[in-house]
Structures are given as structure tokens and as C-alpha cells.
Ligand binder design. Structure first.
Ligand code: ZN
Length: 172
């Protein structure tokens, strides 16, 4: 079966930058299971899966605009150290900042005498990426999955089952 829009895909991946440094991989963990075309993975990977099938292994080059977007200077801000309420602020520290767009992860890139530079860009923003992909399984989504817009993994989907719908822990 070839991957079409909204099919449920199981795959392993490794992702590298253009200097062939490994950035992330699923191979030490469970493979990724998700519904194609619903934004669970970056657009370049999502679209690159169409027409592939179980057993396919391929390399996919994804430009930054189809990955984590361009690096934006407007997401870099100077914040007075007094905002950190006596915390020991050091470059490399990561935390979640509350913004108009919700909670987003940010990193401190520089600390000066009385202010810190806080960068809210995704760590992979501005980078072209190279994916090594291995398709493990492809199936048609169930009616329920299509209605929810996400995959329910086999054996009850693996999510927290505390929700009313009894299927998974996602918010619908
Ligand atoms: Zn669901």
C-alpha cells in the first residue's frame, strides 16, 4: 500500500544537518506512528512520504522553509536580569516562556551585566535538514482516527486513557 493523504504511517528516521551531524533519531526508541498530512511532522517530511510504501528506505532533503522555518531576529529579545528574580542565568539555559502564542521553549544565548539575550527560535530554525527514512508500515486510517485527526496506535493507542471518549489522551 502506498502512502496517500491521511494514511497512518509507521516509520523510523534519522535527521542530519547538511554537515552530516546527527540531530535526532527514532532508532533508539519506538518508531513514529502518525497520520500523514495533519502537521505531526514538518511539511517537507509529511509531503515527502506520499507514494512511499512499507520497506522503502530513502533520503529526503528538506529546505528550512519546509522544516522549522527561517531564523527570525524578531524572536530574539533582550530581557532585564531582574525579570529572572534572582535565578542564576547562564547561556544555554532553556525554559518555557509564556507568550501571546502560548507556552514556547526558549533558550538563553548570552548574559550581559544587567540583561540576557533570549532566543525563541526553534533550535533547528534556518537549517536545511537531511532525513534518512525507513517506512515500516502503512495503513488506512479508521473512521474514528479520521474524525479525531490523529493516529490511534495499535493495542489501544498508548495514550492516557483517562478521557471520556475512551480512545486516547488527546484533546478533541
Ligand atoms: Zn483520538
Amino acid at each position: 500500500m502506498k502512502i496517500e493523504e491521511s494514511h497512518v504511517v509507521t516509520l523510523h528516521y534519522s535527521v542530519y544537518n547538511t554537515s552530516e551531524e546527527l540531530l535526532d533519531s527514532s532508532h533508539d526508541d519506538e518508531p513514529l506512528v502518525f497520520m500523514q498530512g495533519r502537521g505531526f511532522v514538518i511539511p517537507g517530511l509529511d509531503n515527502g512520504l506520499l507514494g512511499k510504501q512499507a520497506g522503502d528506505k530513502f533520503t529526503l532533503k528538506v529546505a528550512s522553509e519546509d522544516a522549522y522555518g527561517e531564523y527570525s531576529e524578531s524572536l530574539v529579545q533582550q530581557v532585564p536580569l531582574s525579570m529572572f528574580e534572582g535565578m542564576d542565568v547562564e547561556p544555554g539555559m532553556q525554559f518555557r516562556a509564556t507568550t501571546d502564542d502560548g507556552d514556547i521553549p526558549v533558550i538563553i544565548t548570552e548574559v550581559a551585566e544587567d540583561e540576557a539575550t533570549v532566543d525563541a527560535n526553534h533550535p533547528l530554525a534556518g537549517l536545511d535538514l537531511v532525513f534518512d527514512v525507513e517506512i515500516i508500515d502503512v495503513r488506512v486510517a479508521t473512521e474514528e482516527e479520521l474524525a479525531h485527526g490523529h493516529a490511534h496506535e495499535e493495542a489501544g493507542c498508548g495514550h492516557d486513557h483517562g478521557e471520556d471518549d475512551g480512545c486516547c489522551g488527546h484533546k478533541h
